[in-house]
Ligand binder design. Sequence first.
Ligand SMILES: [Fe+2]
Length: 200
Amino acid sequence: MPYEVKPLPFTKELTGISKKTMDIHHGTLYTGYVNKSNAIEEGIKKADKAGANATYSEIGELKRQQSFAVNGVYLHEAYFNCLGGDGKPTGALVDWIKRDFGSYENWEADFKAAGMAARGWVILAYDFHKRKLCNYSADVHNQGGIWGCASLVVLDVYEHAYFIDFGANRKGYIDAFMANLNWKAVNETHKVLITQCGAK
Ligand SMILES: [Fe+2]
């Protein structure tokens, strides 16, 4: 089944993050990742498998770039899913955050620090190995991801996510992200992890 460009899951204007920034995200970058994911998938079907080689081969490059393009799709969709709310932490996910980080404030301090330190992404994930929530970061779409985790709150800290609105003030952007966080939506994802994936 081909990847599809999904509409943004929110319609309200964000506080501090402009429509122009979201258009760049959604219209240009995310759409590009969707299109390239489909092109790569088609390319893999036709690629010369007999010539596979770890130094250079058609199939090797397609597989390598597939992990970049598909993660670009999934991470952006998870990021969009986190936006459009009022930022007021509520719901069962917040209870789990308190359980696993000691307090909401501990989690937020760690998440924001990861946001200042990462070059690409910060992810509040449920780690199925540890059976707890963890903050992880990835410097590139396809580097730094931890296998066996499901993403809940995803923050994009690439420059394109904030430079138009905040210049080099990444901290201001992270504060704006938190103020727009859609806790209702991320609690829905959390519920799916409990009811369908055995998270506890
Ligand atoms: Fe992005």
